[in-house]
Design a protein around this ligand. Sequence first.
Ligand SMILES: Cc1ncc(COP(=O)(O)O)c(C=O)c1O
Length: 440
Amino acid sequence: MLNLTPKRDRPLPKHPSIITDLPGPETKALVERDCSVTSPSYTRDYPLVVARGEGCMLEDVDGNVFLDFTAGIAVTATGHAHPQVVRAIHEQSAKLLHMSGTDFYYPQMVELAEKLAFRAPFPQSSTGNSTRVFFSNSGAESNEGAIKLARYYTKRSGIVAFLGAFHGRTYGAMSLTASKRIQRQGFGPLLPGITHIPYGTHASLDYLEAKLFNTVLPPTEIAAIIVEPIQGEGGYIVPEDGFLARIRDLCDRHQILMIVDEVQSGMGRTGKLFAIQHWDVMPDIVTLAKGIASGLPLGAILARAEIMTWPPGSHATTFGGNPVACAAANVTLELLEAELMENARNMGEELQASLTQLSDKFARISTPRGKGLMVAVDLLDTEGNLDPSLRDRLLTQAFERGLLLIGCGQAAIRFCPPLVVDRQQIAIALEILTELLNSQ
Ligand SMILES: Cc1ncc(COP(=O)(O)O)c(C=O)c1O
C-alpha cells in the first residue's frame, strides 16, 4: 500500500515548488495502479496525483507543490479547502449526512433554495417567490432536468442548441452537446428533435429564423433554446454583442423557453453571480453545478415559478440537495458575495491585461478572451492557424514547471483558477508561460 499522507503539514507555499523528477515515485506507482482499474474513458493531460489543496495551491503525493489554474475544472470557486467551507462541512456532517430532500425536509436545502431564488436572474416579485429551485448532483443532471421541464411545460419536444456546446454526458445532455466527436461517437441513437446551429453570431440566428423556421423546423414545435452565455468546453467563446438578447426576443415571439447553462460560467466566475447578467438578459431556466458548493457534488435548476409547475413525483433524485453539499453551498454563496466575485472581476482584468502583453510579444498566442476568471487564449502556428499540438505541449511543459492548466476548444488554453487567486500568483503563471513561449 502507498502512503498517501502529504509530505508536510505546514501551510503550502503560494508558489510552485517542484522537488522531484515528474512524475515522482509515488505518483508513478499510483498512476500505474489507476491505469489497470479505472475506466479508460478518463482523459488525463499529465500525471498529477493530488494529496492536498489550499487556496490556489495543490501538493502531490511526492511533496511537489503546484499553482492550480484549473480549479478542478472550474469547480473550487472558494479555493481548495476554504476553512469556512470545511468548517460548514464538518459541522453539517456531524449532524446529518443524508435524508433525501425529495421525500423529506431539512433546513440547509430550504435555506439554499431561498438564497438562489432571491438571486435568480428572473423578474423578482416582492415576496421573493418568483423562482423555484430543483436540486441535482451534477451539470448533466441539471440540463437533463431542464429538458424535461421545458418539454413538460410547453408540451413541445424540439430543442435548439449550439455547435461547440457542452452540456454533459447523460443521454439528454449528450444529445445537446456538440463539442467533440468522441463524446458522441458510438453512443447513438440520441434524443431526437435537437437542432444545432453555430454559436455566438447574429448570422446564425438569421439562419435559424429566416431559413430553418420557414422550412424544416416549425417554431411551434420547439420547447427551448439552450445556450451557454460564454461557451465553455467549446473554447471560452464570448458571443457577439446582442446575441443573447436576440435569443430572448426570438423566444418571446415564438413562446419558446430560453435555458441558460451556467454550469461553468455561473457562481461568480465571470465577476457576476450569473454570466448572463453581463448582458442584462433574463432567461426562463438556469442550470447550475460546478462552483456552487466549492467542490461537493451539487447542481440546481432555477426556473421562473410559473414554469416549474410539474406535479409531485414527476421529477426527483435521491441525493440532489444533500444537506452537506447544501451547507457548503450556503457558505460558498456568502464568500462569493463578500469578496470573491469582486476578486474575480479585478484579477480577471489583471489576467487579461497580462495575457494581452504576452500576445503582443509572442505571435504564437492570440489575444485573450473571456470575462472575469473565465479566460482563454488560442495557440497558433507560425502561419497564424490554430495549433493544437503546441497547446498540448505547453500544458505538459507548464505542469513540469509547477503550473496546472487545461485546454478547451481546438487549440486554446483556459485560465479558470479558484476565485481566491491573487496578483502575485497571476504574475507567477505569466512568468512560467513567458519562459515556455520563449523556449518554443
Ligand atoms: C457548460 C457545462 N454544462 C454542463 C456540464 C456538465 O457538467 P457535469 O460534468 O457536472 O455533468 C459542463 C461540464 O464541463 C459544462 O461546462
